[in-house]
Design a protein. Structure first.
Length: 55
């Protein structure tokens, strides 16, 4: 019984780590979910550029 629990635990860890690697690889540059979010991201980037030039 204990061996079975260990096997399930380690199999679950393998799946979780693979899922994490795939998830982090595919979401490095996620697309905005909405036009409003895209506009907000663009405005934030523009604000950073302006602040960098001022300082």
């Amino acid at each position: 019984m204990f061996k079975t629990i260990l096997l399930i635990f380690f199999a679950d860890m393998d799946v979780s780590s693979a899922s994490f690697l795939i998830s982090s690889a595919t979401t490095a540059n996620p697309r905005p979910a909405s036009p409003a979010l895209a506009a907000s991201i663009d405005a934030f980037k523009a604000k950073r550029l302006v602040c960098d030039e001022i300082l």
